[in-house]
Design a binder for this molecule. Structure first.
Ligand SMILES: Cc1ncc(COP(=O)(O)O)c(C=O)c1O
Length: 420
């Protein structure tokens, strides 16, 4: 399994290989960003051109009635299929950070759970800031559970905290640094048993692994659509709320798109009785237009097939890392068990940033490899089965060996950029 032949054979036999043609690619470039921005689906570009030239350009304001007002619902119903939800339990729009703020505040005001807020040290910084901000504004107690390692959660500790301090917790299903995946159903059941709720952030999980909200008893989730969903830079986020909670939660940001009938221009706020009560302002139509092609491709390929390929590719990549990179100073940071990880594989090295720069430099060996760097010493490789090839993973490992064994990375500075 640890050779180039294996990669070539797997790429030839790959049942999803034709999906690669649905994306834009740059020659001599391997895209393993893990995964802050998915690639551009060609159909997204086509849809955008139509929205700009035909809808914005020609039908102008009447496009709201003909095309745009329904577009968020149209997209939401596709996301609902992917997550096994009812389409009236999910809304698309705003950013993950806004969605999290809305729903945590709404939960606090609903008094359905005790007002203790909790998260852990693997949490994405924006989520942490949102929770801390709310805790501070409302003078609430908040716990951030700290683990001895930054690459996985200690479930015993997490469960104990939920049991000892019931309340509203927020966790990222797949951790952004290491790719560690929490046991979704087990933790939801535990939370329920201990009068708590977990608000899940699916940003690094959606589009990469199978998520069945009904089967896993998930009640609330948020997430972004620009990673494995290939929705485009800054594409709108989603918010899922289980139907039994919708009417109990009140949107703290009372904009007109959360109104029952915004176009009556009433001076009284009368909230929508549906998930649309979480609407705020005018939907970003061009961004919504861009995200449809990505979700369509995932539904067409099937999330189970995507997940199977991700497991197989990650296993191959991890076995190459173990055999060829651990001996030269790298550490594997992603769990070995497929159901304990998402679809990115992280390694660490004391010189991670200079090594990343050498990977990005096409002049090194004629190919540019794009991972992403997470300070202080993580290199993250996103495996997106719709376009990642096995041979890309082989080539990446060979490039890393070259960069380290030839000391090439020493030609690059240690100064870190703003966006990595
Ligand atoms: C896990 C996670 N949560 C939240 C965010 C923030 O999302 P947004 O910029 O849409 O608010 C990100 C962004 O990358 C993320 O990875």
């Amino acid at each position: 399994m640890n050779d180039k032949q294996y990669a070539l054979k797997k790429d030839t036999e790959d049942p999803l290989k034709f999906f690669r043609n649905a994306f834009y690619h740059t020659p001599n470039e391997i895209y393993l960003d893990g995964n802050s921005l998915g690639k551009l689906p060609l159909k997204a570009k086509e849809n955008l051109v139509t929205a700009v030239t035909e809808e914005w350009g020609k039908t102008l304001i009447s496009s709201w009635n003909f095309h745009w007002l329904d577009r968020p619902n149209q997209i939401a119903s596709k996301y609902a299929r992917l997550l096994n939800l009812n389409s009236d339990e999910i809304i698309i729009g705003e950013s993950t950070s806004i969605r999290l703020y809305q729903v945590i505040y709404a939960l606090l005001q609903s008094k359905q759970f005790s007002n203790h807020l909790g998260t852990d040290s693997l949490q994405f910084p924006s989520d942490l800031y949102i929770l801390e901000g709310i805790a501070k504004n409302e003078s609430l107690e908040m716990s951030v559970i700290s683990y001895s390692q930054e690459n996985h959660a200690e479930l015993k500790l997490l469960k104990k905290r939920i049991k000892d301090k019931p309340g509203i917790y927020c966790l990222s299903l797949v951790s952004y640094k290491s790719g560690y995946r929490y046991p979704l159903k087990l933790l939801n059941q535990w939370a329920l048993k201990h009068n708590s709720i977990i608000v899940w952030d699916f940003s690094h999980a959606i589009g990469a692994i199978t998520i069945d909200c009904k089967e896993t008893k998930t009640l609330i989730a948020v997430g972004c659509t620009y990673k494995y969903m290939n929705g485009g830079p800054g594409s709108p986020a989603f918010l899922y709320v289980h139907k039994k909670l919708i009417s109990l939660l009140s949107n703290p940001i009372k904009g007109w798109f959360g109104h029952r009938s915004p176009f009556t221009f009433s001076s009284q706020f009368n909230p929508s009785q549906t998930i649309e009560r979480f609407g705020v302002g005018t939907p970003s139509i061009l961004s919504l237009t861009a995200i449809e092609a990505g979700v369509d491709l995932i539904l067409e390929a099937g999330i189970k097939a995507i997940e199977q390929k991700s497991i197989s590719q990650s296993n191959y990549f991890i076995s190459l890392i173990e055999a060829q990179l651990l001996p030269i100073g790298f550490t594997l940071e992603t769990p070995l068990h497929p159901y304990e990880r998402g679809s990115h594989v992280s390694i660490s090295h004391k010189d991670a940033w200079p090594i990343c720069q050498a990977l990005l430099d096409e002049k090194v060996r004629g190919v540019k490899i794009i991972p992403d760097f997470r300070p202080p010493h993580f290199i993250r490789f996103g495996i997106t089965p719709l376009y990642t090839q096995y041979i890309d993973l082989w080539d990446t490992v060979q490039q890393l060996i070259f960069i380290v064994s030839s000391n090439t990375y020493k030609n690059y500075s240690d100064d870190q950029p703003v966006v990595t």
